[in-house]
Design a binder for this molecule. Sequence first.
Ligand SMILES: [Zn+2]
Ligand SMILES: [Zn+2]
Length: 348
Amino acid sequence: MVVGYSWYAAGLLKQLSSTSKGWHMYLHPVAKAMANLLFLPCLFFLAASSALAFNDPLVAGSKSNVTEDYTSPLPTVRPYLQGFVEETSWYNDLVLGPLIPPHLRSKIPHTAQTWLRNYTAGILIYFITGGLWCFYIYYWKRHVYFSKGGVPSKEPILLQIWVSMKGMPIYVSLPTLSEYMIERGWTRCYLSISEVGIPGYIMLTFLYLALVECGIYWMHRGLHDVKPLYKWLHATHHIYNKENTLSPFAGLAFNPLDGILQASPHVIFIFLVPTHFFTHELSLFVESVWTANIHDCIHGKVWPIMGAGYHTIHHTTYRHNYGHYTIWMDWMFGTLRDPAQSVKAKSS
Ligand SMILES: [Zn+2]
Ligand SMILES: [Zn+2]
């Protein structure tokens, strides 16, 4: 750990001593140095200590209390875990209820219903979000957001939809697997905010989201830095390297394994941080909407949010703005490029 920390600190000091343009853009350099040196170790320390402090009833002997009854579509689990099964069954009722008659649905195993529900919801979210967003920016407010030739043509959009639809059955396996593990008590998810109190909920949720942000940054950066990963997986998403080839439908246009890897921090960190179950589900839902938003090429200028202005730069330079929701990680690790800087650089 000491060696790892020294290596980490040395790398950051080296980065700090380099004179990268605009590195003091958002905070005083001392604050940045402190953040660099302390942020990640603190985050992991907090996560580890919260895992010990919130010793909820899920931890002790959970596996031994799970019994599978293959004649029933619902898994039979001990009372606390039954709460998760009831909640996921309610989600299944909500989405699949109007589509599949009850007598047929009762024959489908619970986890298969969960996959089917996630698949149906994934397709609905993708087309409703992408469709409404495209209608708003390309037709209704076209004159506000795009100059002539700026609107993407039909071909890249149709290709993005095709790639996304091919990946969807595999993408939705990740939340399905996540729910499977939560229902069996393998994770640190809890059911109700009252179990940890509102301050505990806020702290734990912040910790979870910060770790997810960190995880997505490094996962994304790894997909660029490890050349075979880029070539075999991430290049599929980067064929859209000009502004007028990106659209909200590019949000899920990935190699399926790439999509799963980049979303996996949402699932990995529920094993470390006690996470409110519905908040975890919501984070996956928001993820699918957010990916549409960051591909519309419209710079929202909301600090410290990493919006489409930043992500468009990522698609055109390949070496900047790997982060997801915020500019934190890129700012800390020297890969941030601000859209305003880019405009200045182009015009000078
Ligand atoms: Zn990328
Ligand atoms: Zn992208």
